[in-house]
Design a protein around this ligand. Structure first.
Ligand code: HEM
Length: 493
């Protein structure tokens, strides 16, 4: 009888929505959801299975928890799931979604992504800008040298380095030139932290659209404030560039042949063809670079340093490799990066255990589809729970152990082709900055670990507690004390 009824239901109503917890009227499951969304979703997967639904206010969310179903979403039906869940906060900071991260799959997104990946981050441009990165990292080493014996906040030093590297790549400037520019680095750090914090908050305006105009929690208001500050920074940099009316970087001949991002973007400004960009699109793209590029990478450097310091064996092997590849009478250059196989594996292992976007950047179904035998309605929000898959004992031996060795054996890469490991996402919405992120991550880590010995302050212990947000952060920042590792002090100048 039961089977007959099921068949009847199926033939009349079609496949059902995925299973999920009971919800209250209007608010749905919202009152029961804790703040650590990724662990909540992982726990719920144990009860409801590899795909489950969760009603949050008026928003229907579906959470995917296995590699097989990730493949369905990001490869088999990639097109259908290639829009973003555009929250009020996200739209407020990206000129209404005119950037790459937040834009839906449309003409604007395709054009910006193509320019970013194929022109700004082309192999040629990345290679030519290698000296920018090496120079900025060298300055960081000099700064840390001046702090020997005192406490250094690793995330902050990584963030400052990244800001310097990126501003240098974007507009050929460095944030440590002159007092005004030094403030720019600090300003970007504060802005980026604020934006990340606001992104991470559940916004009632998104879950109950009828309340949106009241902006009850003030998230939209606060995000707009951050947006205005960022916009002012971009306006002043663009104005300077237009006034100077020069296409040379401040280093003149030093890096001949290389173009900074602004030069590339300005050459497309208000053209008559389809590659044409507006000034707003340029600023939206700069927002992505300065926000998506800094917080993610700096946080990963922090998780990696903490993990290496906590595991004596890993530290020993990293140092041995650096001594062999770089040499104790030398400093790290970008040319060493591909040869540092064990350090590369260490970064991959860090991104496995601490993927900075544990639920990726949520997507939205462009049309109704089927996943895992269930209906996914149009406009449904999709979370891909990468953190749960990265720690699932069905796919990883001793998943909670920090063991870079596994990436020397399995040869998994970060291109999102194996759906049990995809820290940068997968499919057409995969991180557009992977190539740059990997270079910067390894260069910064290698330099910090090659030039200094690191210890925790007396009485401190490692703590790996996580805080969920736009970026998965270490709840307690890693603060460590550097000492000189290389005997020749000239290597720190
Ligand atoms: C450790 C460093 C980084 C990590 C772990 C990371 C991770 C991610 C993830 C998970 C996504 C969403 C992918 C998806 O939805 O499938 C993403 C998107 C994106 N990331 Fe990154 N990212 C990093 C660094 C960077 C850097 C350095 C840049 C640029 C300078 C960048 C630019 C972008 C952009 C533009 C997108 C949007 C792509 C799109 O929607 O088409 N990211 N990133």
């Amino acid at each position: 009888m039961g089977i007959l009824w099921y068949k009847f239901k199926l033939s009349h109503n079609g496949p059902s929505l995925p299973p999920g917890p009971c919800s209250l009227p209007i608010v749905g499951y919202l009152p029961f959801l804790g703040s650590e969304l990724h662990t909540e979703f992982t726990n719920m997967a144990h009860t409801y299975g590899p795909i489950f639904k969760c009603q949050l206010g008026s928003k229907l969310c579906v959470v995917i928890n296995t590699p097989e179903l990730v493949k369905v979403v990001t490869r088999d039906q990639d097109e259908a799931f290639s829009d973003r869940d555009q929250t009020t906060a996200a739209l407020s900071i990206t000129y209404g979604g005119q950037d790459i991260v937040v834009s839906n799959n449309n003409e604007n997104w395709r054009k910006l992504r193509k320019i970013f990946v194929h022109e700004m981050l082309s192999n040629k441009n990345l290679e030519a800008s290698g000296s920018f990165r090496s120079n900025e990292v060298r300055k960081t080493i000099k700064t840390v040298f001046g702090q020997i014996g005192t406490t250094v906040n690793i995330r902050n030093i990584a963030f400052a380095t990244l800001t310097n590297v990126l501003t240098r790549m974007v507009w050929g400037n460095t944030s440590d030139k002159g007092e005004g520019n030094r403030n720019l680095g600090d300003e970007l750090d504060i802005l980026s932290s604020n934006i990340s914090r606001l992104f991470g908050r559940v916004n009632l305006s998104d879950l109950f659209p009828s309340l949106a105009r009241f902006d009850i929690q003030g998230i939209e208001r606060d995000m707009k404030k951050q947006h205005n500050k960022l916009d002012q920074i971009f306006n002043s940099i663009i104005k300077d560039r237009i006034e100077s009316n020069t296409k040379e970087t401040p280093d003149d001949g030093e890096h001949e042949g290389k173009k900074d991002f602004l030069q590339i973007l300005f050459s497309l400004l208000d053209q008559k063809d389809t590659t044409s960009l507006s000034m707003t699109q340029i600023k939206a793209l700069l927002t992505d670079v300065m926000i998506a590029g800094t917080e993610t990478t700096a946080t990963t450097v922090e998780w990696a340093m903490a993990s290496v310091m906590h595991n004596d064996n890993v530290m020993k092997r990293v140092k041995e490799e650096l001594a062999e590849v770089v040499g104790l009478d030398n400093i790290v250059e970008e040319s060493h990066v591909p040869k540092l196989k064990y350090l590369n594996a260490t970064v991959k292992e860090t991104l496995r255990l601490y993927p900075v976007s544990p639920l990726l950047v949520p997507r939205r179904a462009r049309k109704a589809c089927m996943v895992g035998g269930y209906t996914i309605p149009k406009k449904c929000t999709i979370f891909l729970n990468v953190s749960s898959i990265h720690r699932d004992p069905r796919y990883w031996d001793n998943p909670l152990e920090f063991n870079p060795e596994r990436f020397l054996i399995n040869k998994l890469d970060t291109k999102g082709n194996d759906f049990k490991y995809f820290p940068f996402g997968s499919g057409r919405r995969i991180c557009a900055g992977v190539s740059l992120a990997e270079k910067m991550l390894i260069l910064i880590l290698a330099s910090l670990l090659h030039s200094f010995e690191w210890t925790l302050p007396k009485g401190e212990e490692h703590d790996f507690t996580e805080t969920f947000g736009a970026v998965l952060k270490k709840t307690n920042p890693l603060v460590a004390i550097p000492s000189q590792r290389l005997s020749d002090v000239r290597l720190y100048m």
